[in-house]
Design a protein around this ligand. Structure first.
Ligand code: RIB
Ligand code: CA
Length: 333
């Protein structure tokens, strides 16, 4: 299908397959994001790496393996990453939204995986893939950034092999887990600050400000359910998550945060992003985990005191209807 960017540019991919690694904490929206990449013939899904987050690491890993089995993509290796944040304990999970098993208590509707997890851990496998790559790889972290901070800290020589890091996380006007912080950043602010402030790898940040605008509704979910076995299985994972978003949105719908970020990772330009310096609040207090973008005009920023901070491309706009159509097409073939 023709996908049009906010600037009216056709995004149909005529490029060679796009190499991608997804780092994830499935999670209902993570499951949709993994499926979106796994089902896309233009994407070379090199690995899925898992991290604690919505639920503990054993569950996120089991869920990732099951989603790949559902998509008949067990050729994609799953490697196990961090089971806790860099410095402080993970305050709490997101069972309230994703259910006790991370998939609305319905992970049993997915096939049992037949492939074991990779013999190497997440960071080692990502490093091996980067080292061997003949073209730069896109990494799409859609959970806490612990694995990514560890990768960049342990293998700085491999950063030129990373094309972009497309991150679901942050909020420009408050959060979803606390008044100030979005869940992925809040889960490990120290890791997020390393990746978004200290490192120099090109990053796109997809904050809740944009993902909320791309919420899907009952009609969209019905089309997914009726599209075939994969759509029906994904739909079956949604009850707890949909109930949470019925309260959060005030109407029947769901926010597929991670799928919006992966849509940008696999189709650059489907989201419109703008470069801003960004900081992450790591102090304990009401603002811990907040992402603070300096959206003042560059001339003003340069005229006022403050160190020269790197810029992060922050995705703040898209055509939500085109994005929802892209997601439905990508999940239903
Ligand atoms: O804030 C949304 C993010 O937190 C998504 O990645 C979702 O899966 C949850 O982990
Ligand atoms: Ca996630």
């Amino acid at each position: 299908m023709d996908v049009i960017s906010p600037d009216g540019i056709s995004l149909r991919s005529n490029e060679p397959m796009r190499p991608l690694i997804i780092d994830t904490d499935p999670g209902v929206d993570d499951a949709f994001a993994i499926a979106l990449a796994a089902l896309n013939p233009d994407v070379e899904l090199l690995a899925v790496t898992t991290v604690y987050g919505n639920v503990p690491l054993p569950a996120t890993t089991r869920n990732a393996r099951r989603v790949l089995a559902l998509c008949e993509r067990e050729d994609v290796p799953v490697a196990v990453g961090a089971e806790r944040p860099l410095v402080y304990p993970h305050p709490e999970r997101a069972r309230y939204a994703h259910g006790a098993d991370g998939l609305s208590g319905r992970s049993g509707v997915l096939p049992e995986p037949t492939r074991s997890v990779h013999q190497h851990g997440a960071v080692q496998l990502m490093a091996e893939l980067l080292r061997a790559a003949d073209q730069p790889i896109t990494i799409a972290p859609v959970g806490p950034l612990t694995n990514i901070a560890l990768l960049l800290g342990a293998y700085p020589e491999l950063t030129p092999k990373i094309d972009r890091i497309v991150i679901m996380g942050g909020g420009m006007h408050g959060g979803n887990t606390t008044a100030a912080a979005e869940f992925n950043i809040w889960s490990d602010p120290e890791a997020a600050r390393r990746v978004l402030v200290e490192e120099r790898v090109p990053c796109v940040l997809v904050p809740v400000d944009l993902t909320l605008r791309c919420a899907v509704d009952a009609a969209w979910l019905d089309k997914l359910r009726d599209s075939g076995p994969i759509g029906a299985a994904l739909h079956a994972l949604t009850p707890d998550y949909r109930e949470y978003y019925r309260k959060a949105l005030g109407h029947d719908g769901m926010v597929l945060h991670d799928a919006v970020a992966v849509a940008e990772a696999i189709t650059p330009g489907i989201l419109r992003h703008t470069p801003y310096p960004l900081d992450v609040e790591c102090a304990f207090g009401p603002a811990r985990g907040a992402t603070v973008a300096d959206q003042r005009r560059k001339e003003v920023r340069e005229a006022t005191p403050g160190e020269d901070q790197r810029e992060v491309n922050i995705a703040l706009d898209t055509d939500p209807d085109a994005l929802r159509a892209f997601l439905l097409a990508g999940l239903t073939g």
